[in-house]
Design a binder for this molecule. Sequence first.
Ligand SMILES: [Zn+2]
Length: 200
Amino acid sequence: MEATRTQVQTEGKYIPGTPEGDRYFLECTLELCRISVAKGSSPVGCVIVNKDGKILAEGRNRVMEKWPAEPHEVADASFAHAEMVAFFRLGQIEDPENTTLYSSLEPCIMCGGAIGMVALGRAVWAADDPWGGSGRMIKWNEHPAYKATSVSQCSFPDLEAQAAAMFAPEAHKAYPDEGWKMWQERYPEACKPVLEGKND
Ligand SMILES: [Zn+2]
């Protein structure tokens, strides 16, 4: 596992649900995004945190990387999304109702489904994903499977802008025209450099 700030013991220092805590853990997901890009995978990062602020597991997108030797690791698979990597590393979730999942990007329907299935207490993400996010197919907080999970909108515009800017080139590359159009409508500033070819 790469050395990131998520390996630093922060239990008790940053508490999920407080502005400082939410900001810190979202920043952790952005750091993981940058590592994913450096490794050739998609820019998505995630941390799962208990009520005392202990990071139980971290994950980042590893779709384009070789299968690792370590147990409980997933990579080199279409489903090696940041959240799934973190869930597999975590194994059993002891106290889901008091557990928060932070992601740099709105979870897709697979990862959102996993969050709902284990009834995590809270999900927070930095940037919406108008095409690939599960919100397009499932309205979080309305679907019965998600009743246990409170979904918090990102309250840090600077982090949302950073996360959107990091994912915009991927949205351009991976999504069909309709999806890219939705991204341009939702995050015009983040998509502008991609349209101008600055991210190629
Ligand atoms: Zn996903």
